[in-house]
Design a protein around this ligand. Sequence first.
Ligand SMILES: Nc1ncnc2c1ncn2[C@@H]1O[C@H](COP(=O)(O)OP(=O)(O)OP(=O)(O)O)[C@@H](O)[C@H]1O
Length: 239
Amino acid sequence: MDTVLEVENLSKKFSTSWALKDVSFSLYRGEILGIVGPNGAGKTTLINCLLGLILPTSGTIKYFGLSFSRYRSQVLEKVNFASNYVGLPLSLTLEENLLVYAHLYHLKNTKEKISELLKLFGLWEKRKQRTRTLSSGQMMRLCLAKALLNDPQILLLDEPTAGLDPEIARETRDLLLKLSHEQNTSIIITSHNLAEIERISDRLLILQKGQIKALGTTEELLKKFEAQSLEELYFRLNL
Ligand SMILES: Nc1ncnc2c1ncn2[C@@H]1O[C@H](COP(=O)(O)OP(=O)(O)OP(=O)(O)O)[C@@H](O)[C@H]1O
């Protein structure tokens, strides 16, 4: 399998406590890896380390075989991020927002790409509206459109469906599955919704107190921990 990301012994200490401790895993091309764990398990810290927003205390991150600490800018051209908690400037129109990011990513076919994404996410009619007029579902779709501007090979998603109504959450999931199946995009997604993460992920990584408790396909994990459902497994692990 083609490995696009390799994390080895990643640790992060905030003052006296470890938010991540010896976390190691790989991400394969076209794979969706779901990260679950209780509040404070280290999910966001892991995503932030993978984005280079915070420096790990120790350990290594390699994207496409390249050290992230040495080849940061080259790597970030192929990676993007979306979260339901990180909004876009509200006073800009949808089109303006995407334009700002398209320029940041030095896109060449800016107009075409923005039109394509606005249509894909059902936001074309709203392109001249200010971002503040969007519902939370539409905002998430705009964040995803922004995240896809540079055709990332890896997409990091921190709770992308949190706070979305079930219909919009399902649409978002379908789109992520389409991206992984049709464009071979590798996706890391965190969520508190066990049913959702089980449905969408090829493999699951369960974090607890900054450490990996389990990693594998749902089937492998259920067998290993002799559980009937992910929920049972989750409680069995005392998460
Ligand atoms: N900037 C920071 N300074 C100090 N401690 C931090 C900082 N960021 C995170 N932590 C601590 O690191 C641990 C992991 O936090 P993190 O936000 O990564 O967990 P999480 O799994 O994303 O939680 P949640 O599900 O609540 O979003 C927590 O104990 C948190 O208090």
